[in-house]
Design a protein around this ligand. Structure first.
Ligand SMILES: [Zn+2]
Length: 475
């Protein structure tokens, strides 16, 4: 049996329609998942939504809908986007799913409880609904939360606290030794610095009467689990942890959690702490990507600089969006995306680049070769594999672009369409070589642009030209 490979995206807040950041995390994970399938591994790709949050309840109220109605609507928009982007997920988990998600979250809670790591404490603090967290006096600007522009509520209540502080040293040891890898190093250093200052215990429940959604705390109906506690559990509840554990046994620990930099602390401190307490294996790796800005600032409705993934898909096609995200967004740092930068890249990479190359080579092949070229299933370049093994999807896309440019140069240097008049045999050999090169590019495109990969392979096999350009130029 093949090696198993488990990769996850974050579970997203469905309190608004999916945005570019969601598209990026998910395309990132999908490219890596498809690559590991190509290598013959048994892959499981998990994505989903974190519904147990007051943000959703508030968004539903604002939209004049019931929470369920609102969720059904937004979740279907997420699923549509992921389908349009050819995301090959194996499961889309919803944390409101009492059959799929709750038993795992409850089973994990019980293990932490048995370990003696919960303590009921009275807590008084400033609570920001936007953050869904208590915030400190120090963080306030003129009495309001600077991130959410609203004054926090003073709350005093009984919560179960998870004794995260006692796991600080163990978590640090796992990260320092590389048993739990954090990529890139800047994020690893950031979390190690946090661990050096020491972790505080965290509130893991809220009074059931004060929250409208959430997983009930086992054996204490007065409390519900509170955001991160049950959200992080999705990575194992989705595999049937605590109920039918066949998938859990096969796929846990995760090979990689793909996350955005804003949720690093939860994944690299709280989640390992929970797993250590429960005596469960830690994930092998956390890959942390940056944010996508537009025109140098955060995308926001007020600024009017939001680039909507669905808008790009309808204008350029999903394959172009996937390729752009791979090639022009840094996997590890913030990147900028505007409508004009997208168009420019599309024309350069795909219309004038790949699309044009396919037309030129296949036109020569269809005109001058009597039959399809017998293309060898040659190996994918090692550099390409190394890049994807290292989660460097941008480097992988660069290698594809370099291969496209190299074939373009080869056509310019050899001009087989002219040579065919003087040395037919040599010209045919060069065209065959170009077709083989094109097929090799198609193989690399498998994880990046799965449909384009199949289209090019079909053209090569049938020795025919595309009826319409694969990527029409946009003016
Ligand atoms: Zn806030």
């Amino acid at each position: 049996m093949g090696k198993s490979f488990y990769i996850t995206t974050p579970i997203f807040y469905p309190n608004a329609n999916p945005h570019m950041g969601h598209a990026y995390s998910t395309v990132f994970a999908d490219i890596v998942a498809r690559y590991h399938r190509l290598k013959g591994e048994e892959v499981y790709l998990l994505t989903g939504v974190d519904e147990n949050t007051e943000k959703v309840v508030r968004a539903a109220e604002a939209a004049g809908k019931s929470t369920d109605e609102y969720l059904a609507h937004v979740v279907s928009n997420f699923k549509t986007l992921f389908a349009d982007l050819s995301i090959s997920y194996d499961q889309f988990i919803r944390t409101s799913d009492a059959e799929r998600h709750w038993p795992g979250a409850i089973a994990l809670w019980k293990k932490i409880e048995v370990a003696g790591d919960f303590e009921k404490r009275s807590y008084r603090g400033l609570y920001c609904v936007g953050h869904e967290a208590f915030i400190t006096e120090k963080e306030l600007v003129d009495g309001t939360c600077p991130d959410h522009g609203e004054a926090p509520q003073v709350l005093e209540e009984e919560n179960y606290f998870f004794k995260l502080s006692k796991y600080t040293a163990q978590i640090k040891e796992h990260i320092e030794s590389g048993k739990l890898e954090i990529q890139p190093d800047t994020r690893r250093n950031e979390i190690l610095a946090l661990l050096s200052r020491g972790l505080e215990d965290v509130s893991f429940s809220r009074p059931a009467g004060k929250v409208s959604v959430g997983v009930p705390v086992p054996n204490d109906p007065s409390q519900k689990m509170y955001v991160w506690c049950d959200a992080l559990a999705n990575y194992i509840s989705a595999l049937g942890f605590g109920q039918n554990e066949a998938l859990y046994t096969k796929f846990w620990p995760a090979d990689a959690h793909i996350i955005g930099k804003d949720i690093l602390r939860f994944h690299a401190a709280i989640w390992p702490g929970m797993l250590l307490s429960a005596g469960l294996p830690l994930p092998k790796k956390i890959v942390v990507h940056g944010f996508i800005t537009s025109g140098g600032t955060k995308m926001s409705k007020t600024l009017g600089n939001v680039v909507d993934p669905q808008q790009l898909i309808s204008e350029y096609g999903a394959e172009a969006v996937r390729f752009y995200l791979a090639r022009h967004v840094s996997p590890f740092e913030d990147s900028d995306l505007t409508l004009s930068s997208f168009k420019e890249a599309y024309n350069a990479d795909l219309a004038n680049g790949l699309g044009n190359l396919v037309s030129r080579i296949m036109k020569m092949a269809a005109t001058h070769l009597g039959k399809p070229v017998a293309v060898p299933e040659q190996a994918i370049p090692q550099s390409f594999m190394d890049a994807l093994d290292a989660y460097h999807i941008q480097k992988a896309a660069d290698i594809v672009s370099e291969s496209i440019a190299a074939l373009d140069r080869r056509i310019q240097e050899t001009e087989p369409f002219k040579l065919v008049k003087t040395d037919k045999q040599k010209a045919e050999a060069i065209i065959e070589e170009l077709v083989v090169g094109l097929y090799a590019i198609a193989r690399m495109l498998n994880p990046l642009m799965p449909d384009t990969c199949e289209k090019i392979k079909a053209l090569v096999r049938s020795n025919s030209t595309p009826e319409t350009p694969l990527f029409p130029r946009k003016e």
